[in-house]
Design a protein around this ligand. Structure first.
Ligand code: ZN
Ligand code: ZN
Length: 368
């Protein structure tokens, strides 16, 4: 049996769809049939060629695309009878799995910080077990890779973003030690931003302010609990946006600012939105080689800058519980606005692009 895998061979060129023999899982491994794979902002950076060969070289055989997604168990390798929490698992069950594939052979993995693994690398195309990205018919989970059975009461539609967008923003907010009654500013209302609103409110944020340039995304952010939105087409300079945040927080500033757009200059802007003692969380700016200048004296009153990437696998069961608890309260079914067949991956990216154009898409999913 063969299956399809989406590969990037050169920045700025269309993705290619390659076919590989589907491997039998080795003992302890799991073969997953993908049911949804999200187009994340980081994938758009690759498609847009924000990344460059100089800073992040693509190997000669190409790189496998896609990291966010979910699926159902196609084949269980010998010895796999439960998920990572001991819940019995069978072929056909829906699971979420950790989208971090660390080395488990470095000091960071050893202490549990697998999301900061020192040997982290993008999966190379054409290398066994071939199915190492989510834009594919299958995904190969190596032995002991963390995965969790999805509670039956959760519909398929809300599972796609769990293992990237949701896990990433939750970890960022936890690292900033967000607590009851605090004020949060979220830069960017895409898939990560809308999840960040829901999480910040669930963690007790008193006021959540969201910035974006797309009105449909800001409206969705409101449906997920945003108290105020700022359209950056209207507030079109850093100064006016900073002033607006200070107005909306009655001169107090934000306790936490979360960057989810992927523009370096938002660091400087975000620091100016913080109250003394506040924390800026950098998540979106994954493109290497971009710089911004800041005034370090602004940090002296206890302001912090934290970087955050992905999450520890132990977070995933917590996120599933969050969804069970909130699925009737929040419109999760609206989060994935568009679905595209895998064969139309290039069209899907063109439509999901927001950087220079307006798009109706909040989160697009590829469906094999
Ligand atoms: Zn992602
Ligand atoms: Zn490691």
């Amino acid at each position: 049996m063969k299956g399809r895998v989406v590969v990037v061979r050169e920045y700025g060129k269309p993705f290619e769809i390659e076919e590989y023999e589907v491997p039998e899982p080795e003992d302890g491994a799991v073969l997953l049939r993908m049911t949804q794979a999200g187009i994340c902002g980081s994938d758009l950076h690759t498609w847009r060629a924000d990344q460059s060969q100089e800073y992040l070289p693509i190997p000669p055989t190409g790189r496998v695309m896609g990291h966010e997604g979910t699926g159902q168990v196609e084949v269980l390798g010998k010895g796999v009878t439960t998920d990572t929490l001991g819940t019995p698992i069978e072929e056909g069950d829906r699971i979420v799995y950790s989208a971090v594939f660390p080395c488990y052979r470095c000091h960071l993995c050893l202490r549990g910080d697998t999301n900061w693994c020192a040997n982290r690398a993008y999966p190379v195309a054409g290398v066994y077990p071939y199915f190492t990205g989510t834009y594919a018919d299958f995904l190969y989970l190596p032995p002991r890779h963390p995965f969790f059975r999805v509670p039956d009461e959760l519909p398929d539609e809300i599972l796609g973003p769990v293992n990237c967008a949701m896990g990433t923003v939750t970890t960022g907010l936890q690292r900033a030690q967000l607590t009851d009654g605090q004020y949060v500013v979220i830069q960017g209302a895409g898939g990560l931003g809308v999840h960040a609103v829901a999480m910040a409110k669930d963690m007790g944020a008193d006021r959540v302010i969201v910035l974006d340039r797309l009105e449909n995304r800001l409206q969705l952010a409101e449906e997920f609990g945003a108290d105020h939105t700022i359209n950056i087409e209207e507030f079109n300079t850093p100064e006016t946006r900073v002033r607006r945040v200070w107005e909306l927080t009655e001169g107090r500033g934000a306790d936490v600012v979360v960057e989810l757009v992927g523009r370096a200059e938002l660091l400087a802007e975000g620091i100016d939105m913080l109250s003394n003692g506040g924390t800026f969380i950098e998540i979106g700016d994954i493109v290497r080689g971009r710089e911004v200048s800041i005034d370090p004296s602004k940090l002296l009153s206890g302001k912090s800058i934290l970087g955050s990437r992905m999450y520890r696998p132990s977070l995933l069961p917590t996120l599933l519980s969050f969804l069970v608890r909130n699925q009737d309260k929040l419109p999760f079914d609206k989060l994935v606005s568009h679905k595209f067949p895998l064969a139309e991956v290039n069209e899907a990216f063109a439509k999901a692009e927001w950087s220079q154009t307006q798009t109706e898409i909040t989160r697009a999913m590829l469906v094999p």
